[in-house]
Design a protein around this ligand. Structure first.
Ligand SMILES: NC(=O)c1ccc[n+]([C@@H]2O[C@H](COP(=O)([O-])OP(=O)(O)OC[C@H]3O[C@@H](n4cnc5c(N)ncnc54)[C@H](OP(=O)(O)O)[C@@H]3O)[C@@H](O)[C@H]2O)c1
Length: 286
């Protein structure tokens, strides 16, 4: 039976590289590219079809930053497919990222210098704003829209109550530092190209500089070929590239406060109720 795989933000960067890798791994896949811009989605499909002529690739309109779009997409998915085997929640934004020069210089002369480059922790600032649903744009796009989509797909109405489907596995990954449209928003692409030799050098000390979308998609691809039951839900799976350019995936335990996770989850459920109510009231008003 062909596997059904959905990738959000599949038209560029890590998402597109993942699609390419998945089709190479399994040519029988039914791949659904979920994108906000259908022209870019068409272009991505054409690019994938040039290397995988017989691939089965569907497109779905999805703006993860819009509650209305996510709910419509979730309905559409239920109507189109009777199951989804892999849901890759990849789409993300980083609006107007800026390097915090003060933090950079402070970090350069500290013992934390390698870790600072490896994780970019504290190095970047971004400009968030409210979207048309009244939610912070980064939260809505990177987290809440995906939460809603995942709930819309994995929850079914039985006897009037919402229950999670059995056998659902969820994993977190980190792609490392990858050259994509997202990083080109921080510094122009020519600058990254210019400092590439330095980045290769740094890679000797930190394997998190995966640099290419293909390498960055390593952990996502690795998860695809694992037995889901053997995965650790408390681990974050890192795409890593060695100094010699070898790709591999390594789990790292996440520092999770269970109580805080429970609170976050119940807050997300509360917010889901609020936005669903708003949506249905909006639909009645129309
Ligand atoms: N690059 C890195 O170093 C890095 C590091 C850590 C994590 N990440 C994460 O990796 C993921 C992929 O990013 P990338 O580096 O591959 O960047 P990218 O090339 O900019 O890809 C992001 C994708 O998300 C899509 N997207 C953005 N907002 C969307 C929305 N509201 N609805 C639907 N799709 C939307 C983009 O579509 P458009 O083309 O229409 O904009 C694009 O296809 C992101 O979640 C990012 O946060 C990246």
């Amino acid at each position: 039976m062909e596997k059904v795989v959905l990738v959000t933000g599949a038209n560029s960067g890590i998402g597109l590289a993942l699609c390419e890798r998945l089709l190479t791994e399994d040519s029988q896949l039914l791949l659904c590219l979920a994108c906000r811009n259908m022209k870019r989605a068409e272009d991505a499909r054409s690019a994938l079809l040039t290397s995988h002529i017989n691939a089965h690739i569907d497109l779905l309109h999805l703006d993860v930053g819009s509650v209305q779009s996510v709910l419509a997409a979730a309905q559409e998915l239920k109507a189109r497919y009777n199951r989804i085997d892999f849901l890759y929640l990849n789409a993300g934004i980083m609006p107007n990222p800026q390097v915090d020069v003060k933090a950079l210089f402070k970090g350069l002369f500290s013992r934390n210098v390698i870790n600072m480059f490896a994780t970019a922790e504290g190095l970047l600032t971004q400009q968030d704003r409210l979207n048309s649903d009244g939610l912070q744009e980064v939260f809505a796009t990177n987290l809440f829209g995906h939460f809603l989509l995942h709930r819309g797909h994995s929850a079914q109405k039985w006897d009037g109550t919402l229950q999670l489907l059995q056998g659902l596995f969820s994993s977190v990954i980190c792609p490392g530092l990858v050259m994509t449209n997202l990083t080109y928003g921080i510094l122009p692409s020519f600058f990254w190209t210019l400092i590439m030799p330095i980045m290769w050098l740094i890679r000797i000390f930190t394997n998190t500089f995966t640099l290419t979308p293909y390498n960055g998609a390593e952990a996502l691809h690795w998860l695809f070929v694992q037995n889901s039951e053997s995965l650790d839900p408390r681990a974050k799976y890192h795409s890593l590239t060695s100094g010699l350019g070898k790709n591999y995936t390594q789990p790292q335990q996440m520092d999770i406060d269970e109580q805080m996770s429970e609170i976050l989850y119940s807050k997300l459920l509360e917010l889901e109720k609020v936005v669903r109510k708003k949506q249905s009231e909006g639909n009645v008003d129309k």
